[in-house]
Design a protein around this ligand. Structure first.
Ligand code: SAM
Length: 286
């Protein structure tokens, strides 16, 4: 474990709502570094005041990130330690920092994560959807056509889908989810760690109806989680293949029993199941 006296870039997670979620280590790091590169210096200034800290701040956002690389690298080379923070949660996760981290890492600089809150992880941890595999897609495209195209490209994915969404677009996104994914189950995590934290479950159309009935449900920040597509029955491929094999054998005059034995040997599965299929094929040859 490093301390902030060593020249390094510390990527520090900050709370997504509840200030108690700032870890003691993160608070210590923020107090020990030479400078804090912050997405919004006013926002981070408030956090520092809350912590009773006074550390120089430097803005680092999507419009100046590339330009900041040389400056921050020079400070690291001079032996300074730098914290990178965003407005909320983990930097780089739908937030600035990727260009800086990539460039500094390419130059062999020391980059140290100081983990903590992250909305997608908090949401998944309490949603009750499968978490063994998931895909995080950040924000969907802002325009309807692009959003629907992205959803269509993801529709067959079997893992849980996770998106970030703002209150301005949550209704449009739910409408597009209903169009593209139909009655698939969703969980909406709203205002995580804050006073009005809510988890809503249902199809996209049901959740949209809840928002129409109670507009407060459309306020705040959202993580949208969508159940993956039902798994493609692996058997299906085998069944299609098996039926083709049985049909070919029967057409060659091979008996039902022998055709079933061949299918079971080649494709696996119980011989009596293949026997029943072969018999059915023989009875209805077309
Ligand atoms: N870096 C952040 C993280 O680690 O989660 C995410 C930053 S991204 C610009 C902001 C989006 O994250 C919001 O629009 C929302 O989708 C999600 N988000 C952030 N805080 C949230 C909260 N308290 N509850 C629900 N979603 C949140």
């Amino acid at each position: 474990m490093s301390d902030a006296n060593s020249a390094a870039l510390y990527v520090v997670a900050t709370p997504i709502g509840n200030l108690e979620d700032l870890s003691p280590r993160a608070a210590r790091m923020l107090g020990e570094v030479t400078v804090i590169a912050a997405e919004d210096t006013r926002h981070t200034g408030r956090l520092l005041r809350h912590l009773g800290l006074s550390v120089p701040l430097l803005s680092l956002h999507e419009h100046n990130e590339a330009a900041r690389v040389e400056q921050l690298d020079a400070r690291l080379v001079a032996g300074e330690s730098i914290a990178l923070v965003s407005d909320a949660g983990t930097p780089l996760i739908s937030d600035p920092g990727f260009v800086l981290v990539r460039e500094l890492r390419a130059r062999g600089r020391c980059i140290v994560p100081v983990p903590g809150a992250c909305a997608l992880v908090a949401a998944l941890s309490a949603a009750g959807l499968p978490t063994d595999r998931f895909t995080f897609q950040g924000f969907l495209p802002a325009k309807g056509a692009g959003r629907r195209a992205r959803l269509e490209a993801l529709a067959a994915r079997e893992e849980t889908l996770v998106f970030y969404e703002s209150p301005h677009r949550i209704r449009d996104t739910l409408a597009d989810l209903a169009t593209v994914l139909g009655s698939r189950s969703l969980v909406l995590a709203r205002e995580l760690t804050k006073a009005f934290e809510t988890f809503l479950e249902g199809s996209a159309a049901e959740l949209l109806a809840r928002m129409e009935a109670d507009p407060d449900q459309a306020r705040g920040e959202f993580v949208v989680m969508v159940a993956g597509a039902p798994p493609r029955v692996e058997e299906e491929a085998g069944v299609v293949e098996g039926e083709a094999l049985l049909a070919a054998l029967l057409a060659e005059g091979v008996g039902v029993k022998q055709a079933a034995s061949v299918a079971a040997r080649v494709l696996g599965g119980p011989r009596k199941v293949w026997y029943a299929r072969a018999q059915a094929l023989k009875d209805t040859p077309c």
